[in-house]
Design a protein around this ligand. Structure first.
Ligand SMILES: NC(=O)c1ccc[n+]([C@@H]2O[C@H](COP(=O)([O-])OP(=O)(O)OC[C@H]3O[C@@H](n4cnc5c(N)ncnc54)[C@H](OP(=O)(O)O)[C@@H]3O)[C@@H](O)[C@H]2O)c1
Length: 341
């Protein structure tokens, strides 16, 4: 049995779940309970008590969440593809009526270039749907966890973007995600105790040992080409999806609500990131394959429909005050590459 499509199987030990006949949903869970920190323990205790509804479970971050929840024995409803469509205006009515007290939304329109030609469709999924989810959470006193992006900022600054900085997106995807942020804020406006809560975590440059991402793309290119060119005029913060899921749990356990930033520590350009990926995927001592020369180039070498921010470093000071220092992107990358095999 698998949780869904897309070649992203559940880890074998998670497959002992039961099927919820009422909602046609796969319930995942099992394994021992472990608490990495007090905050993570508090958050997973609460999730275990009321259950989690996970949207976008087949995506890159969704899979990281599936694995984290299963490792903490948190019961999780993960709709199969097509069961909960964020483009459906009646989305809230399609959510399961019971079995969850936290909704983790990892689903989104993530085709940044495609959003330029399909901004209306992207905005329905990224802008309107989070509002529907937020209202559903408020009605049932649940907590909504949502993800947003560095692309809500213009990227023309030179200092890390603070959590409370004004949104100023420079492309259609950024505008659609900014609309989603605003929709959640509006849906919870004036909410009192007992009316649920929300946490929107902005992240950037996400990657994992699975899914479509820069790390896997560069690793494949380096395995087959003697030389690649990578843009050196965009600076940001790479983020391990698994690390982001843990960071989010810790933020929840620390009582952080509203907006937060969740990325790995440090910053680099795509060229610097690719150089590190090339070295690590060549193996210890550089013997696993021939070196691939990574050359820096400007963004003009790869014209794309959507403008990219030149500087999209998200400020982590509030997050680090709440839950401690973020792992450096180099350490996180080394861990992920080691597990990519
Ligand atoms: N990837 C990044 O670098 C990055 C950077 C900043 C922020 N983020 C944010 O982080 C979150 C997770 O991103 P990700 O990279 O894990 O995304 P992803 O791998 O592209 O996964 C997105 C998931 O959303 C689902 N989805 C898309 N449209 C849907 C719809 N109309 N109804 C229901 N489900 C739908 C997809 O299902 P199908 O595959 O079946 O379509 C997929 O499972 C998103 O909010 C994204 O905006 C990502």
């Amino acid at each position: 049995m698998t949780l869904g499509h897309g070649g992203v199987p559940c880890p074998p030990k998670r497959l002992g779940g039961t099927h919820d006949p009422e909602h046609g949903l796969q319930r995942i869970g099992g394994g021992g309970v472990s608490a990495d920190t007090a905050a993570i323990g508090r958050a997973t205790d609460a999730m275990r008590a009321h259950g989690v509804l996970l949207l976008g479970a087949q995506g890159m971050l969704g899979r990281a969440w599936r694995e984290l929840l299963a490792s903490h024995d948190v019961p999780c409803l993960a709709p199969l593809p097509g069961e909960v469509d964020l483009a459906d205006p009646d989305l809230a009515e399609k959510l399961p009526g019971a079995g969850w007290g936290t909704l983790i939304n990892c689903a989104a329109w993530t085709d940044v270039d495609g959003a330029e030609a399909h901004e209306v469709e992207a905005t329905v999924v990224n802008g309107a749907a989070p509002g529907h989810l937020a209202r559903a959470c408020r009605e049932r006193s649940a907590t909504l966890v949502h993800y947003s992006t560095d692309y809500v900022f213009a990227g023309d600054g030179s200092e890390a973007y603070r959590v409370d900085e004004a949104r100023r997106p420079l492309n259609a995807y950024g505008r659609s995600k900014a609309a989603g942020e605003a929709a959640i804020e509006a849906a919870f406006a004036g909410a009192g105790d007992g009316e649920g809560g929300w946490l929107t975590v902005r992240t950037s440059w996400l990657y994992a040992p699975w899914g479509h991402n820069f790390v896997r793309t560069i690793a494949k290119l380096c395995a087959s080409r003697p030389e690649i060119s990578v843009v050196d005029d965009q600076r940001g913060r790479p983020t391990s999806a698994e690390g982001l899921a843990r960071t989010t749990v810790a933020l929840l356990g620390a009582g952080v609500r509203g907006f937060a930033h969740g990325t790995d520590g440090g910053a680099c350009t795509w060229f610097e990131f690719a150089t590190a990926i090339e070295r690590l995927t060549r193996g210890e001592g550089g013997s696993a394959r021939a070196a691939c020369v990574v050359k820096p180039c400007g963004s003009e070498a790869f014209p794309r429909p959507a403008k990219r921010p030149a500087y999209s470093v998200l400020d982590l000071s509030e997050t680090e005050r709440a839950i401690g220092p973020m792992q450096s992107w180099r350490d996180a990358l080394a861990g992920v590459v080691a597990r990519m095999g």
